[in-house]
Design a protein around this ligand. Structure first.
Ligand code: HEC
Ligand code: HEC
Length: 507
């Protein structure tokens, strides 16, 4: 009991301190006092997911054992009072708006939600008594799992999933053949990936606006190449009448907005993906989705409880914010060069070159420059946005600025562009503007910790994944295929160096 009591006491002291600091800040800045002063509700982070990475192995072991002790104790506490863990995550967005929560505390609350197993009393599923559904029923989904970690676990917290964890999306609810199977991707580095896409989107929008302005000024159509951060996206033609011809745009939707998440590049942000995941995998509905009220998504019973399970406000906006920040603040994957062994080190260096000469780097672009690492969670209701500098406040290891202060080299191994990968990899149908055989280049950072590979997890090894490339990647795939087994070794060694930092975890 002592750890628990201790952490609650600490949380209370912390709340009092933050409260006092806020009053102080308001007095100093002379802010107009709110008519309704906002105080923290009953939410309190109970769990500690370490954001720092101890250098010393002994400290790592202590951290892992402390987390294990916490889990064991929590099982007893949960037996006494089921649901107290979920209740402790019920943060209101207005508390976040008033800066009553630090990014670290929100990370803890979000982590608590990410590792939580949702129950019916909390809103899991819909009106049906158990209602688990392996094959999703349209955009309403399953539910098919009790928590995010059911699928995002391999290679560490918020990791990838095995083939058995594949989600069977968007079917008729009964037949596997009606669904599209997707393998859970790893989420490390997700916040930085979203920020990169945002910056690229700004460049693409600027190119479009400039083309439109030129076409209007010159009185004739203007055809311009589209490029963002060294990645080319075909051509856009602006006409003098202010309309656009996007037929030559390549690898991105005609709205020129890169959506960096989902295997086909269909989710614009972590929030979009997480809100969707809560709904389709767990039947946990956010207040926003309930307000939108689309019966095909939330159920047809209307009102505040459209899925008819007797629970309203299943996920508050503030809880979603915490969950999103937890995912966004996941650490940067690392590269573990085997330089203690000269033989392996030589193969690794050779493999890194092969990655270029075989043409892999043309899509899996090793590094793109990120101007800043500030992740911003936009407010959806006119309130203040919540910003976190991931080079300071994210989980370690964090992105570090280059020596010349010329931005951050983000070693993502992706161009964030969709490519046609050939008939053999094609799904049974097109989706949201992406062709059946089109996929966004998946980042290869952390790849050694996320098998199986490809969108449906069909490739058990890296060799299999490469040999299954087709379409735009055919030449690159054939070049790899023409090597004998020894010749492929160096590339395998190089890819094996793309990992996540070592963390000790207890099962
Ligand atoms: C049943 C397995 C499953 C569960 C449970 C699950 N996910 Fe996922 N997740 C997936 C799959 C599969 C994808 C890829 C979706 C696609 O390609 O459209 C994904 C994608 C994502 C993405 C986008 C990442 C990317 O790189 O494309 C985020 C963010 C995410 N999930 C968060 C969550 C959160 C938060 C939860 C819990 C609320 C959760 N997921 C629960 C399977 C799962
Ligand atoms: C034309 C662009 C392109 C080229 C060239 C290319 N890839 Fe890919 N790669 C992709 C896309 C798109 C996918 C996702 C396909 C899918 O999931 O069905 C992918 C998937 C992968 C995966 C699996 C990733 C995962 O998370 O499951 C690996 C590993 C990989 N590629 C390595 C390579 C290597 C090594 C080369 C060079 C021999 C290469 N790729 C060349 C676009 C490319």
């Amino acid at each position: 009991m002592s750890v628990e009591v201790h952490s609650i006491v600490l949380a209370l002291v912390g709340a009092a301190l933050v409260g006092a600091a806020l009053v102080g800040a308001a007095l100093i800045s002379g802010c107009k006092p709110e008519t309704e002063p906002v105080e923290r509700g009953t939410a309190a982070p109970l769990r500690t997911i370490a954001r720092e990475l101890p250098v010393d192995d002994m400290d790592k072991a202590k951290q892992a054992l402390a987390q294990d002790a916490w889990r064991r104790e929590h099982r007893f506490l949960d037996a006494v009072e089921p649901g107290h863990l979920f209740a402790s995550t019920r943060v209101d967005q207005v508390e976040i708006d008033h800066q009553l929560w630090s990014s670290d505390e929100l990370y803890q609350l979000g982590g608590q939600l990410f590792t939580h197993q949702f129950t019916r009393a909390e809103g899991f599923g819909g009106a049906e008594p158990l209602g688990l559904r392996r094959f999703h029923d349209g955009r309403r989904g399953g539910p098919d799992a009790f928590g995010c970690t059911s699928c995002h676990w391999r290679g560490g917290l918020a990791g990838a999933g095995d083939a058995a964890d594949n989600a069977m999306f968007n079917g008729d609810g009964v037949h596997q053949s009606s669904t599209v199977a997707r393998n859970p991707p790893a989420l490390a580095g997700a916040g930085l990936r979203e920020r990169l896409a945002q910056q690229m989107n700004t460049e693409l929008a600027l190119a479009r606006d400039q083309a439109l302005a030129r076409a209007a000024a010159e009185g004739h159509a203007v055809r311009v190449p589209l490029q963002a951060k060294d990645v080319r996206f075909g051509y856009l033609t602006a006409r003098a009448d202010g309309t656009l011809d996007a037929t030559e745009v390549a690898g991105v939707d005609s709205d020129l907005v890169i959506k960096p998440f989902g295997w086909k590049g269909t989710f614009g942000s972590i929030r979009e993906a997480a809100e969707d995941a809560l709904l389709v995998h767990h039947g946990m509905q956010t207040t926003t989705l309930v307000d939108e009220g689309d019966p095909g998504r939330v159920g047809s019973r209307g009102g505040a409880d459209p899925d008819g399970d007797g629970i309203a406000q299943e996920i508050r906006e503030g809880q979603l914010s915490a969950l999103v920040l937890f995912v966004a603040m996941q650490e940067l994957p690392t590269e573990e060069i085997p330089n203690l062994d000269p033989y392996l080190a030589t193969l690794w260096a050779r493999g890194r070159l092969d990655f270029e000469t075989l043409g892999c780097a043309s899509c899996h672009v090793p590094a793109l420059v990120l101007d800043d690492a500030v992740y911003t969670l936009e407010h959806r209701d006119g309130g203040p946005d919540f910003a976190v500098d991931l080079s300071i406040d994210g989980a370690a290891p964090r992105l570090e600025r280059g020596a010349q202060d010329d931005g951050f080299a983000l070693r993502l191994y992706s161009d964030l562009k969709r490519h046609r990968m050939g008939a053999a990899l094609a799904e049974s149908r097109n989706e949201l503007g992406a062709n059946a055989d089109e996929f966004i280049t998946p980042p290869l950072w952390g790849i050694a910790r996320s098998r199986p590979y490809l969108h449906d997890g069909r490739a058990p090894t890296l060799d299999d994944a490469i040999l299954l490339h087709g379409g735009e990647a055919q030449a690159s795939r054939d070049a790899f295929a023409s090597l004998d087994d020894a010749g492929r070794g160096p590339l395998r060694v190089f890819l094996t160096s793309l990992v996540r930092a070592t963390r000790l975890v207890t099962p």
